[in-house]
Design a protein around this ligand. Structure first.
Ligand code: ZN
Length: 370
């Protein structure tokens, strides 16, 4: 049967074909907790936004019906090991998802082509008439003013390259650039644990620690768009040296990388944060102490953030939050005694909900967040 002959409603299509639940791993960070997403490649079409049930496009005649969507946005997340881009509607329903094929090691031109192809294919299939905008999320320090990535450890070839201008030129459309952690905060604010909360702070605990701050519903970007770098707040005055030039940065004491580094110090060899966690679960007291150290560092940062922002919600994401029961008690105790605001108000500290999808949702939300 030809695609065009199937004119049933979206729901009928779903019932007829059956849907499978997309259970992407919650974090694609290489911290030993998450592993890769269970999305190989190709294009998918969503049938239910809330539960994110997806059908492979090749098998789904529903692509015809998706054209009826009036307003959607395209988000692209250049995170992990390869890019993902999605068309998402105003209500947060994931319409289509594309994953890139290019390895970042193939260089800038290959990455740029991959990005342009992914966005263009979504726009072509979804229809150019309903598009609200394009948001692109890149890891690293970004100068939003100039649309340039200043520092990008994952993809050095993109550093100091006018990525926003070049994407706009090739796509003949305006592109909004954002840093990955800021986008994750925006994604959680829109469709995750921060729904309905206008003031929140997110910290992503991965190989480093990223941060995103939302005040009164708006992203705090600073005058050059480099705000929210919470991983580089000093928590130990003369602590571990950091690549940023400082010592005792939060990410040197509380990231997944810091947990595995502490494991090495204790003679565990070349361990991942997950392996340290497994030791803690097995009753290894020294492994548990590592998570107490991590919790204390987080608690110091948290107390400072609470004192500065008095936001009602603080979210943590990243695979290492799987060790919540081991680090959270120390984190909360530390925040409690260091912050009057924290211990005298109903301030929530919770796990983020969107995991590895937060950046993608945040990217898509960018055109609507202005
Ligand atoms: Zn630093």
């Amino acid at each position: 049967m030809l695609l065009g002959e199937r004119r049933g409603s979206f729901d009928e299509v779903v019932r007829r074909l059956g849907a499978f639940v997309w259970q992407a791993d919650r974090d694609a960070e290489s911290d030993g907790f998450g592993g890769a997403n269970h999305i190989d490649s190709g294009i998918y079409i969503a049938t239910r936004g809330a539960s994110r049930q997806l059908l492979p496009l090749e098998d789904s005649p529903g692509c015809y019906h998706a054209r009826r969507m009036t307003e959607y946005s395209i988000g692209l997340d250049l995170g992990g090991t390869n890019l993902r881009a999605a068309a998402i509607d105003r209500g947060g329903k994931l319409l289509r998802l594309v994953t890139g094929h290019t390895q970042y090691s193939e260089g800038r031109e290959a990455i740029m082509s991959d990005m342009v192809d992914a966005i263009a294919s979504l726009r072509d299939q979804q229809g150019a008439e309903g598009i609200a905008g394009i948001g692109v999320v890149v890891p690293g320090f970004i100068s939003l003013e100039e649309g340039v990535v200043r520092n990008c450890n994952n993809i050095p070839s993109l550093e100091n390259f006018p990525i926003r201008e070049e994407l706009s030129r090739r796509l003949n459309a305006k592109v909004i650039l954002e840093n990955d952690a800021n986008a994750a905060a925006l994604g959680e604010h829109w469709m995750g644990a921060g729904r309905g909360v206008n003031d929140l702070v997110l910290m992503t605990l991965g190989t480093g620690i990223g941060g995103g701050i939302i005040c009164d519903g708006k992203m705090v970007r600073g005058f050059m768009g480099m705000g929210g770098e919470l991983g580089h707040m000093t928590v130990i005055p003369n602590g571990n040296p950091c690549g940023c030039g400082n010592r005792g940065c939060l990410e040197k004491h509380a990231s997944a990388t810091a947990v595995s580094a502490m494991g090495k110090l204790l003679g565990y060899g070349d361990v991942t944060a997950k392996q340290v966690y497994d030791r803690a679960v097995a009753g290894d007291e020294r492994a548990r102490e590592i998570f107490v150290c991590m919790g204390e560092a987080l608690g110091i940062a948290l107390a400072t953030l609470v004192n500065a922002f008095n936001a009602p919600l603080y979210l943590l994401s990243g695979g290492v939050i799987g060790a919540w029961d081991f680090f959270a008690p120390a984190m909360l105790a530390e925040a409690r005694w260091r912050s009057f605001s924290f211990r005298t108000t109903n301030t929530r500290v919770e796990k983020a909900q969107l995991g590895g999808e937060a950046g993608l949702f945040g990217a898509a939300y960018l055109p609507w967040s202005k």
